[in-house]
Design a protein around this ligand. Structure first.
Ligand code: NAP
Ligand code: ZN
Ligand code: ZN
Length: 346
């Protein structure tokens, strides 16, 4: 065991505080990573604040991690000391079920082991990336291409793969009309990735305040969802709508924006249930579906895709002591577009 510095939540309501946690010894198939940067995902906030159900405190969140390999176990051949690597939302799975064998460990039938707030193989609760070091099974460690700017790479490990995977699964490509609802951490990556895949991308944001950024990221249109005329003007337009919003939305209004055979894919994970009128699916043979992160193989594919297309998240680099202030800014949709903690300040 080694004791490392971290920022932890001690309850659903108190601010995160500096503390220390234990990391396990490096096992035969483990990698010790010296963390350089950790992104702040809205899921960290949902979890810390108990919005998705009870959790165990103290809890260190953070599942967008990049750093350097500091030590490897005796059986590790895929990573070497000094490599630039990443860890996303999961650190293990059963490896035997149909989903794991298909390379979709994110859908492991026994439930994947989350990077934080999950029960690990040794029965302990996993602790995430707002920390200086982490020990992770080598099979769940990704290679981060050197051409992706180091400070900006971390958000790809959740926001990148969570948007790449459904865009890929729903065959987004040349000529596909895609709408991205909500332009925060996930949403801005969805825009960049869908544009790189060849799609015609529209941003549906609450207001017009992010319009210039939408255009800079390659979108061809940006509309305010607070303006009801948007829903009339864009009726029947999109093949795929990716909803990245962290709060409850009126789903029926968005189904009206789909073309025949179109899909509204939900990656946003609000605590409240969403409802819809099924008649809005019947007319036009439309689908309402969801998607959760992505498998390890696909995450590597996404990192390589971003490197090839010169895509990186837009970040605001912060010191660890600013994390509580950053949470408030995420909650007011005031992040441009992902906060990343400099782990050297932890
Ligand atoms: P974020 O940075 O806070 O972005 C969410 C965006 O949604 C905001 O920037 C805002 O965009 C819009 N929004 C927020 N509140 C709204 C409201 N009341 N009404 C309408 N729009 C609103 O969050 P994120 O990190 O991208 O995460 C988004 C959601 O995805 C969270 O629920 C998170 O837990 C979930 N998530 C799911 C997965 C998965 O595997 N499915 C993975 C990661 C995260 P505008 O300013 O453009 O309106
Ligand atoms: Zn996340
Ligand atoms: Zn499995």
């Amino acid at each position: 065991m080694r004791t490392v510095d971290a920022y932890a939540a001690t309850s659903a309501t108190d601010p995160l505080v500096k503390t220390t946690i234990e990391r396990r010894d490096v096992g035969a198939n483990d990698v010790l990573i010296e963390i350089a940067y950790a992104g702040i995902c809205h899921s960290d906030i949902h979890t810390v604040r108990g919005e998705w159900g009870d959790t165990t405190y103290p809890l260190v969140v953070g599942h967008e991690i990049v750093g350097v390999v500091a030590e490897v176990g005796s059986d590790v051949t895929s990573h070497s000391v000094g490599d630039r690597v990443g860890v996303g939302c999961m650190v293990n799975s059963c490896r035997k079920c149909e989903a794991c064998l298909a390379g979709e460990e994110n859908y492991c039938l026994e439930g994947n082991v989350g990077t934080y707030a999950s029960v690990d193989r040794d029965g302990t609760i996993t602790q995430g990336g707002y920390s200086t070091h982490v020990v992770v099974d080598a099979d769940f460690v990704l290679r981060v291409p050197e051409s992706i700017p180091y400070e900006a790479a971390a958000p790809l490990l959740c926001a990148g793969i969570t948007t790449y995977s459904p865009l890929h699964h729903w065959n987004v490509g040349e000529g596909t009309k895609v709408a991205v609802v909500g332009m925060g951490g996930l949403g801005h990556m969805a825009v960049k990735i869908a544009v790189a895949m060849g799609a015609e991308v529209t941003v549906l944001s609450q207001t017009l305040s992010k319009q210039d950024d939408s255009m800079r990221f390659g979108a061809t249109a940006h509309h305010a969802t607070k303006d009801e005329a948007t829903f009339e003007e864009l009726a029947g337009t999109f093949d795929v709508i990716l909803n990245t919003v962290s709060a409850k939305l009126p789903i029926d209004a968005y189904l009206g924006l789909l073309r025949r055979n179109g899909s509204l894919v939900n990656v946003g994970a609000p605590a409240e249930p969403l409802s819809l009128n099924v008649f809005n699916l019947l007319g036009g043979r439309k689908s309402f579906s969801g998607s959760m992160i992505g498998g390890i193989r696909e995450t590597q594919e996404m990192l390589d895709f971003c490197a090839e297309h010169g895509i990186a998240p837009e970040i605001e680099l912060i010191d660890a002591a600013q994390v509580n202030e950053a949470y408030e800014r995420v909650l007011s949709s005031d992040v441009r577009y992902r906060f990343v903690i400099d782990a050297a300040t932890i």
